[in-house]
Design a protein around this ligand. Sequence first.
Ligand SMILES: Cc1cc2nc3c(=O)[nH]c(=O)nc-3n(C[C@H](O)[C@H](O)[C@H](O)COP(=O)(O)OP(=O)(O)OC[C@H]3O[C@@H](n4cnc5c(N)ncnc54)[C@H](O)[C@@H]3O)c2cc1C
Length: 307
Amino acid sequence: MSYHCVVCAKQVPDTKNVTGEAMKEDGTVNRSALPAIFNPEDLHALETALQIRDAHGGSVTVITMGPPTACEILRESLYRGADRGVLVTDRRAAASDTLATSYILACAVRKCAPDIVLCGRQAIDGDTAQVGPQMAEKLDVPLITYVEQWLGIDDKTARARRNVGNGWEVVSCTLPVLVTVNESANTPRPRSAKRMMKYKKARSRGEVEALAKGLLEGDFDNYTAELQAAEVEKYCTALSEKGLLLEQWTLDDIDADLSWCGMSGSPTKVHRIQSVVLSGGQYRQFPATQDGVSELVGELVSEHTIG
Ligand SMILES: Cc1cc2nc3c(=O)[nH]c(=O)nc-3n(C[C@H](O)[C@H](O)[C@H](O)COP(=O)(O)OP(=O)(O)OC[C@H]3O[C@@H](n4cnc5c(N)ncnc54)[C@H](O)[C@@H]3O)c2cc1C
């Protein structure tokens, strides 16, 4: 039996390689100072999906929600072996919190009707680890979180070993299922040189439009909006014929209810963002003894941190 896997992958700022001031003065993230990368744990989700396809047949679709630049990780997925890449992009999705993000992704996943949905455990920018579990609820499928080893599928039953903090447990459930994958689950395969040659020119319609706009800028006398649209159409058709047009879906394409998307679908409100930098004087070490622990607890209670 073969399986259709959908991997949700996010493009994130590389918080480990800061090339300028990481935070702006207003306390928000300065994305231009941080190179964009494939969310690390999503690579492990992709590898799990590729291993499932290699063992049983089927296909691997990668979905990312973000601006057209997020197509970079769709190409990366194709280089590593994915069969299909889909960009979900729409201005009306801006300012989505995790609830709205998981709703939009769930709509896109539903359109693919997969047997197995794979997410990374957590994104390194938002860091909430909420999107996978929220999607499982919206899709009404069982959820296996913190997968550290994929144990296989027997017909319609999947088995996985999940990390439970101080140990592990083996769980099984019937398909369809959503799993969130830890970085300890596997070693992602490298890009294939052959696939890089094949897919390096793969582009989404949004990328083609941006390219056309850049090329035609300053030459508006000769290139009208109609001509520009015709050029875009011609290029997209050529890409499509070669199997190099990355699919691009709007909220309409996935039948999303707009009241659940973007600002209106996001109950989270950020009131204040603060950088907390601990200075040396605020740091105290307690000995790992009965007295040390008593002293620590006493101090936490007296400062109303606990109790
Ligand atoms: C009030 C508010 C406003 C926000 N406004 C914006 C905004 O305007 N623009 C913006 O970019 N962000 C915005 N965000 C951040 C956005 O909500 C999160 O980036 C997003 O919901 C994912 O949450 P996370 O990063 O914690 O992912 P996690 O829950 O940690 O991610 C878990 C897994 O879910 C999957 N996943 C998560 N996000 C995506 C995605 N986009 N595509 C595919 N797979 C994914 C991945 O597999 C990932 O490993 C806002 C957040 C809040 C609270």
